[in-house]
Design a protein around this ligand. Structure first.
Ligand code: TPP
Ligand code: MG
Length: 695
C-alpha cells in the first residue's frame, strides 16, 4: 500500500506533536529526536512493517528494534496510531505503573520488541534477531522469513558495540536486516561534529553493508531505499536518513526552532509546546489526540495486513500439513522443548575440570536440543564450546545450517546478539568466554536480566587458578558482581539471574539442567580451567546427591557436625580434603556445597537450617571476594576469600601463597574452633547488654 505524501505528512506531524506534548505532560523526556524520526517510523509502520493487527506476537511478524530508547514518545505515538496504545496510555507517559515507561521496556503484547535506553544495545539485539530468523529458515523453510528493522541514532553509531554488530552482520550477509540511522547531527550535550568526523557510510560499506543516503523527511527517497532494502540480497542495509532535531518545533512567538541541542532532552516548556502543537496541526489545549484520518489510514493498512497475514498463515498451515513432524518441532523450538536430553546417562571421566565436564554436556546438547545456538568470543577451544561446534558447524554467509556463531573477539556484541536471538524467539542462545572477560559483557547481562530473556552465559577459567597468565586473566571479584544480580528481583518479582558455580562433574550436569530449565531469565555458569576432585558418594550416589544443586546449596557429606566447611566451584574439592584432615583428628566436619547463593537463600528456613545448623560454626571458602558468601558464615563463622588481585605463577604455587592448600585451610579451621569459646562469650555479653538496654 502506498499512502499519499500529504496523509503521511499529517501522520508524521501528529507523531511529532505527540512527541512534544508527552514530555511536556510528564514534565520530563526527550522531544527533539522523536520529532526528527517521525517521518521514517511512520512510513515504515504504514507501508513496510508486516505485523498481525489481531496478534502483536504472531511468530513470523517483522521485528522492529529501537536503539535510542529516549525516543520512546515516537514509538508509543506510532503504536498508538495502530491501536496498540490508548490516548490514556500516552497521557500516563513516564508515570508509575503505566504501559509507557520513560524508556521502552520489552512488551511484545504492545508491540515493543526490546528494552532500550543504554545506547548501542538495541540495534545489536536486532542483529541477533536477524540471525535467529536465518537459523529458523534454514531448518523449516523460507515460508517463515521476515525482515528485522532497526532504528539507530548518533549515540548508537558512536557506541563501540556498533563495531562488533556492523562487522558480524556484514560478514554474515544478513540481507534480512535493515537499519535506519537517524542522522540529525545533534546529540545530548553537543553537535555530532564536536566528536565525529568519520565517513559512516564508508565504514558500513567496508563491513559489507549496502548503504543508502537519503533525506529523512523525503518519503520518495526513503521509499526508494526501503524498496531496495526489501529485496536486497547482497547484505544488510543501512539507510542513513539526514533528519532535523526538533523538526517542526516552534518557539512561543511562532519562530522556527529546530536543530538545537537543547531540544534533545527536556520538555520545550508550556508556551513553546503549545506553539509547536498548533503549528503541526494539533489542539494546543488538548494535544494528546490522533487525527481521525491518520487512524483511518492505519485501519486501511491493517485491512491489507489482515490479508497478507492470512496468506502467510495459510502457507504455514499447508507446510504443517505436508510435514507434521517438522511443524511439531517448530512449535517446540518456540516452547523451549521439552527435549529429551537424557541427562542421567551423560558419562564423565574422573576428576574433570568443570569446563571439560561442561564439554561432555555440550556434546549431548548438540544432539538433543535442536534450537540451541552456541557462540564463543574466539575461545571455543579453551572454553570448550568447541564440543558443540564440532557436532554442529559454524554459521557462514548464506549458510545457517550449523548452530555455532564465531563472534570473534567481541564479548559485549556476543552477549547482545544472544539476547536478540532470545527476544526473537525460537532459539536458545548460549555464549561463552573466559570468566575474567565477563567484565566486557556486564551491560548486556543487566539488560538480559531486566528483559527476562532466556540466555545462558558460561565462563571458564574461574579463579586465580588460571595460573601463569596472571592477574589480568584471573577473575577475583567477578563472581561477587554476578551474585549482586542474583540478589536483584526482575520486574516480575523473580530473582533476575541464576548463577551457578558447580564443584564437580555431577554438579556440572545439574547446573546445565537448571540453566536449560530456567525459562524466566538468564542463567550463568562458572567453570574451572584446572581439574577438580569428584566429591565422594555418601549414602546416596554422588549423582543423586548433586541433584540438590536445584536447592542452591546442600550437604555433600558429614552428619551431626561441629564444623561446616562451605564452598562452591574449585574450592569444593578443597573443602572435602580439609574435612578428611579434620575428621581424622576427630572433628565431626560437614561439607556443604552452595553453587548458587541466590537459590539457596530462597529455600525455606528449615531447609537452610538443615544444611547450616544453628550453633555450628561455618568456615566458608571462596577464591573470590569474601562477600560472595557473606551472611552464610553466621555469627560463629568466617569467610575466607581473596580480597586482592591474583598473580602470575603456577596455580599450585598460588594456592600455597594465597593460603588455599588443604593444610593451610585446616589450620584456619582449627584456629576458628579454638576461638569459638571466646566468640560465644562475646555473643553472650552482647545478648546481656541488649537485654539490659531493652528491658
Ligand atoms: C550507554 C549510554 N550512554 C549515555 C546515555 C545518555 N544519553 C542518552 S541520549 C544520548 C545522546 C543521544 O544522541 P542521539 O543518539 O543522536 O539522539 P538525539 O539527541 O538525536 O535524540 C546520551 C549520551 C545513554 N542513554 N546510554
Ligand atoms: Mg542525534
Amino acid at each position: 500500500m502506498r499512502f499519499e505524501d500529504s496523509l503521511l505528512r499529517k501522520g508524521a506531524d501528529n507523531i511529532r506533536w505527540l512527541s512534544a506534548a508527552m514530555p511536556q505532560v510528564a514534565n520530563s523526556g526527550h522531544p527533539g529526536g522523536p520529532m526528527g524520526g517521525a517521518d521514517f517510523i511512520h512510513l515504515l509502520y504504514s507501508e513496510y512493517l508486516v505485523y498481525d493487527p489481531q496478534d502483536p506476537q504472531w511468530t513470523e511478524r517483522d521485528r522492529f528494534f529501537l536503539d535510542p530508547g529516549h525516543m520512546s514518545p515516537m514509538l508509543y505515538a506510532t503504536l498508538a496510531t495502530m491501536g496498540h496504545y490508548s490516548l490514556e496510555d500516552l497521557k500516563q507517559f513516564r508515570r508509575w505503573g503505566s504501559h509507557t515507561p520513560g524508556h521502552p521496556e520489552h512488551d511484545p503484547a504492545h508491540g515493543v520488541e526490546n528494552t532500550s535506553g543504554p545506547l548501542g544495545q538495541g540495534h545489536v539485539f536486532g542483529v541477533g534477531a536477524a540471525i535467529a530468523e536465518r537459523f529458523l529458515a534454514a531448518r523449516f523453510g523460507e515460508w517463515l522469513s521476515h525482515k528485522t528493522w532497526v532504528y539507530i541514532s548518533d549515540g548508537g553509531i558512536q557506541e563501540e558495540i556498533s563495531q562488533g554488530a556492523g562487522r558480524i552482520a556484514g560478514h554474515l550477509g544478513l540481507s534480512n536486516l535493515v537499519m535506519f540511522y537517524d542522522a540529525n547531527d545533534v546529540q545530548l550535550s553537543h553537535k555530532v561534529s564536536a566528536t565525529t568526523s568519520e565517513d559512516t557510510a564508508a565504514k558500513y560499506r567496508a563491513w559489507g553493508w549496502v548503504v543508502h543516503e537519503v533525506d529523512g523527511h523525503d518519503y520518495a527517497q526513503m521509499r526508494a531505499a526501503l524498496d531496495k532494502a526489501s529485496v536486497e540480497t547482497a547484505g544488510p542495509t543501512l539507510v542513513i536518513g539526514k533528519t532535523v532535531m526538533g523538526k517542526g518545533a516552534r518557539k512561543a512567538d511562532g519562530s522556527v526552532w529546530e536543530g538545537d541541542v537543547k531540544q534533545h532532552g527536556a520538555p520545550f516548556g508550556e508556551a513553546n509546546t503549545k506553539a509547536t502543537v498548533a503549528a503541526l496541526g494539533g489542539d494546543p489545549e488538548n494535544p494528546i489526540q490522533i487525527l481521525p484520518e491518520v487512524l483511518e489510514g492505519q485501519k486501511r493498512r491493517q485491512a491489507e495486513l489482515a490479508q497478507i497475514v492470512a496468506r502467510r498463515r495459510q502457507a504455514r498451515s499447508e507446510w504443517a500439513k505436508a510435514d507434521p513432524g517438522k511443524a511439531d518441532s517448530y512449535a517446540k523450538f518456540f516452547a523451549h522443548g521439552p527435549w529429551n536430553v537424557g541427562w542421567d546417562d551423560i558419562a564423565f571421566g574422573e576428576n574433570l575440570a568443570s569446563r571439560n565436564a561442561s564439554a561432555k554436556v555440550l556434546e549431548r546438547l548438540a544432539e538433543r536440543v535442536p534450537n540451541m545456538v552456541c557462540m564463543s568470543a574466539d575461545l571455543a577451544d579453551s572454553d570448550k564450546s568447541e564440543a558443540f561446534l564440532k557436532k554442529t558447524g559454524a554459521f557462514a554467509r548464506g549458510d545457517f545450517s550449523g548452530a555455532f556463531l564465531q563472534v570473534g573477539v567481541a564479548e559485549l556484541t556476543m552477549a547482545a546478539i544472544a539476547v536478540g536471538m532470545s527476544l526473537h524467539g525460537g532459539v536458545f542462545p548460549v555464549c561463552s568466554t573466559f570468566f575474567s572477560f565477563s567484565d566486557y559483557m556486564k551491560p548486556v547481562l543487566r539488560m538480559a536480566a531486566l528483559q527476562e530473556t532466556r540466555v545462558v552465559f558460561f565462563w571458564t577459567h574461574d579463579s586465580f587458578r588460571v595460573g601463569e597468565d596472571g592477574p589480568t586473566h584471573q577473575p577475583i571479584e567477578q563472581e561477587a558482581q554476578l551474585r549482586l544480580l542474583e540478589q536483584m528481583k526482575n520486574l516480575s518479582g523473580r530473582r533476575s539471574m541464576l548463577v551457578l558455580r558447580p564443584g564437580d562433574s555431577a554438579e556440572v550436569r545439574e547446573a546445565w539442567r537448571l540453566s536449560l530449565e530456567n525459562v524466566h531469565g538468564p542463567s550463568a555458569m562458572i567453570f574451572s580451567r584446572q581439574d577438580l576432585l569428584d566429591l565422594p558418594a555418601g549414602p546416596a550416589s554422588r549423582a543423586d546427591n548433586a541433584k540438590s544443586t536445584a536447592r542452591g546449596g546442600y550437604v555433600v557429606s558429614g552428619e551431626a557436625p561441629r564444623l561446616v566447611l562451605l564452598a562452591n566451584g574449585s574450592e569444593l574439592g578443597l573443602a572435602h580434603q580439609v574435612s578428611e584432615i579434620l575428621r581424622a583428628e576427630g572433628v565431626a566436619t560437614r561439607v556443604a556445597s552452595v553453587p548458587s547463593v541466590g537459590l539457596f537463600l530462597e529455600q525455606d528456613e528449615s531447609y537452610r537450617r538443615s544444611v547450616l545448623p544453628t550453633g555450628v560454626p561455618v568456615l566458608a571458602l571462596t577464591a573470590g571476594l569474601p562477600c560472595v558468601f557473606q551472611g552464610l558464615e553466621g555469627p560463629l563463622g568466617e569467610v575466607f576469600g581473596l580480597p586482592r588481585f591474583g598473580a602470575s605463577a603456577n596455580f599450585k604455587v598460588l594456592d600455597e601463597k594465597f593460603g588455599f592448600t588443604a593444610v593451610q585451610v585446616a589450620e584456619r579451621a582449627r584456629a576458628l574452633l579454638k576461638r569459638l569459646p571466646a566468640r560465644i562469650q562475646e555473643l553472650r555479653d552482647l545478648a546481656e547488654a541488649a537485654r539490659a538496654l531493652q528491658g
